[in-house]
Write a protein that binds this ligand. Structure first.
Ligand code: ZN
Length: 274
């Protein structure tokens, strides 16, 4: 674990879902076709998923939990397993494998912070059910995720989170020294981003689904098909951009198939940010 005064960030790349690019990027000429492109096939894209371990002198955080091994069965009631199959994943890429590769057990994690409760971020939260880790999400996300009737609503699937004890944060919060949770709603009512201020690597902002990929960030910003509130979505992207410009941050997008290969990740030979 981190020595006093140090923060260490490790990005755990956890394989890829695949999907019609239109879900991620509502972009004329790319995912939305003009008549000249009407006969071209749908662009089917890799949708990588990652989690982030943040070790600090004041506690260890796991940011997001990626998709579960039993995705096909678990997501079955939603029908979305055919739209976002978690099919480009190898044995060593599942979250539990990644954690054991870096020698971290669930008991060494103090906080599991969920950017939001969609099934591809919250899918392994139940790994921590009997651990000492506290499960954290935004108050608005919890209210929404527990507030609808039935088993699922879009990619919110109660099986992932309803039997777990959630603690919530409200507003922008310095969660631990050097780690700030930013409210960046729009994708869902309580989507958060995580800002980590590192002595050597500088500031990193993990946007999760507030910004899917570099092409979403722009400028100009490109929205996705799954946005709960479009006005909030645009405001949140500009909020992230403002913080990023002020801190000269590295912005790590939620599901960017090109960027994930440019980052230091466990699968890219390890590597940490300090
Ligand atoms: Zn999402």
């Amino acid at each position: 674990m981190a020595a006093s005064g140090e923060i260490k960030v490790t990005i755990l790349d956890c394989g890829k879902m695949t999907a019609d690019l239109t879900w991620l990027l509502l972009k004329p000429g790319r995912s939305i076709r003009p008549r000249q492109m009407r006969d071209q096939p749908t662009e089917w894209a890799d949708v990588p998923t990652h989690t982030v371990l943040v070790e600090t002198p004041d506690g260890t955080i796991l940011w997001d939990t990626s998709c579960p091994r039993d995705w096909e069965e678990r997501w079955g009631p939603t029908g979305l397993q055919d739209f976002f199959p978690y099919e480009k994943v190898s044995e060593e890429e599942y979250l539990d494998s990644r954690l054991s590769q870096i020698g971290v057990s669930t008991d060494q994690i103090d906080y599991v912070v969920l950017s939001h409760l969609h099934f591809d971020h919250c899918g392994n939260a139940d790994m921590f059910k009997d651990s000492s880790a506290k499960l954290i999400c935004s108050d608005k996300e919890k209210d929404w995720a527990f507030g609808f009737d039935g088993l699922f609503n879009g990619a919110h699937l109660k099986t992932d989170y309803e039997d777990l004890n959630w603690e919530t944060v409200s507003g922008d919060t310095e969660f631990l020294p050097g780690v700030t949770l930013l409210q960046t709603p729009g994708h869902t009512p309580g989507t958060m981003s995580m800002q980590v201020d590192l002595p050597d690597s500088g500031t990193m902002i993990f946007t999760s689904d507030a910004v899917y990929m570099g092409e979403s960030y722009g400028p100009p910003t490109t929205p996705a098909a799954i946005v709960n509130d479009m006005g909030q979505f645009y405001s949140s992207v500009e909020k992230i951009r403002g913080v990023a410009e002020k801190t000269n941050a590295t912005v790590v997008f939620g599901h960017d198939a090109e960027q994930i290969h440019q980052l230091k990740t466990v699968g890219n030979g390890g590597g940490h940010y300090t």
